[in-house]
Design a protein around this ligand. Structure first.
Ligand code: G3P
Length: 231
């Protein structure tokens, strides 16, 4: 499963990209607004930091205007993926972008029927929003199961299931069990995935016991060596 980061916060992306675990990034107009920064500057910085797919969303609602916006966004970097909403106009734009070789992420998917339409429109990614379904007492993970099953029945479908609106690590784990291709994960959720109280407790005990031996694996000089090399 690929991990994308769902944020427009460049500092967060830089920090998490350093873990080597980030395959791509997704943004949306709300996340850009939250960053308080210029969209084009932020997008260029993200594309520089992460070589994988970076989704940038159009804000026009008519397909010709979406195409104009998307073409402008695609000029920012080769790894930009254009995000369009799951509307008839969005899917018209999706088909046109796909035909001209630009990858599209179709967003705001809440039903298997919508996911089928996006696949027929040639989307590279479909983004089912599972957290927002859970919020209205509809099982978001069931949507992932349905879409994975439907796409799996047609090997010609090249659309990848990109699980979005992820709220906690269990969403990621259960989506992985269902075979979803990608999860776009908020930074706090990715950090939470590292955590287990027994890991912290176990590490503390190992370090305590090691300190009692009075030994060191590296001499102080050797330990300083990597810092000297990077200076
Ligand atoms: O990027 C789209 C999606 O992940 C938004 O999530 O938390 O606003 O429902 P959320």
């Amino acid at each position: 499963m690929q991990f994308f980061i769902d944020t427009a916060d460049v500092a967060e992306i830089r920090d998490l990209a350093a873990t080597g675990l980030v395959d791509g990034v997704t943004t949306n107009p709300s996340l850009v607004a939250k960053s308080g920064r210029d969209f084009f500057e932020v997008l260029a910085e993200i594309c520089d930091l992460v070589p994988g797919p970076v989704s940038a969303e159009v804000t026009a609602t008519e397909h010709r205007a979406m195409l104009a916006e998307g073409r402008r966004l695609a000029r920012v970097a080769d790894n930009v993926v254009i995000k369009v909403p799951l509307t008839p106009e969005g899917l018209k734009a999706c088909r046109a972008f796909t035909d001209e070789g630009t990858k599209v992420n179709v967003t705001l998917c809440f039903s298997p029927a919508q996911a089928l339409l996006a696949a027929k429109a040639g989307a590279r990614y479909i983004s089912p929003f599972i957290g927002r379904l859970d919020d209205i007492s509809v099982d978001g993970l069931q949507l992932i199961a349905d879409v994975v099953e439907i796409y799996g029945a047609y090997p010609a479908i090249g659309t990848e299931v990109l699980v979005a609106s992820v709220r906690h690590p269990l969403h990621v784990v259960e989506s992985a069990k269902l075979g979803a291709h990608v999860a776009t994960i908020p930074p706090a959720v990715l950090r939470a995935m590292f955590k287990h109280p027994l890991t912290d407790k176990g590490l503390a005990a190992f370090l305590d016991d090691w300190a009692k031996t009075g030994q060191k694996i590296l001499s102080d000089d050797d330990a300083a060596e990597p810092e000297r090399r990077s200076a």
